[in-house]
Write a protein that binds this ligand. Sequence first.
Ligand code: ADP
Ligand code: MG
Length: 243
Amino acid sequence: MALLEVRDLGKTFGALRALGGVDVTVRARSFHGLIGPNGSGKSTLLKAIAGAHFASEGAIAFDGADITTATPAERAKRGLSLKFQITAILPELSVYDNVLLAVQADQPLWTLLRSKSRAALHDEVLELLERFLLADLATDLAGELSHGQQQWLEIAMAMAVKPKLLLLDEPTGGMSPEERRVTGELLMPIKESCALVIVEHDLDFIKDICDHLTVLDQGQVLDDGTVAEIERSSRVQEVYTTR
Ligand code: ADP
Ligand code: MG
């Protein structure tokens, strides 16, 4: 069974129809790329999946439950985790404290003292810092990290809640080619526990890491398939070569 099923999704902003009739299916532990020209509705689709925008039409099922009207917090609890295009780190706190906050994010404050021990939290934070190449920077202020390291910190924070599906909106935007390559390497191991829906401009990057692609154009699905199928798609080539 699919992990995520988006059916006939529509989203309007006033008179503007940002998405219409969108179907997307994401399998557990698969990497799914969302591509398409600027303004084609990629970020709107990610936000609708995460619950940051409510759908105007259609339905979203996640892990066997209808989440169409669920709040972002309810979706997060079920295992959805989103990193927005805009940064969400706290620049005045240390790298360590940013991850510590994220590790605790799924627990109400009053339960903190009684649930996980400080030692267990510390271990979780250290493991995430190591996985995302931040262990040596733990005491640095998050705001002083390089752009690429800040993106990795945000991915670490999004993974802190042990999601079943991670949603990433343009994580390699503004990165150097080397940072992009490292980002691909950092993402691959999450497949063991988590699926990924990723929006990216860099087609080579997305083709390298994704199993499946959905191409949006003007709020609709232009094509959908494996990377090889999309590479052969004449409809997709037309959009990318004529605009
Ligand atoms: P993409 O991420 O593919 O570049 P977006 O999903 O950001 O595209 O935007 C799709 C369309 O919806 C664009 O025309 C954009 O201007 C519009 N849009 C996105 N968010 C809003 C919003 N909060 N209010 C009004 N219009 C929006
Ligand atoms: Mg966008």
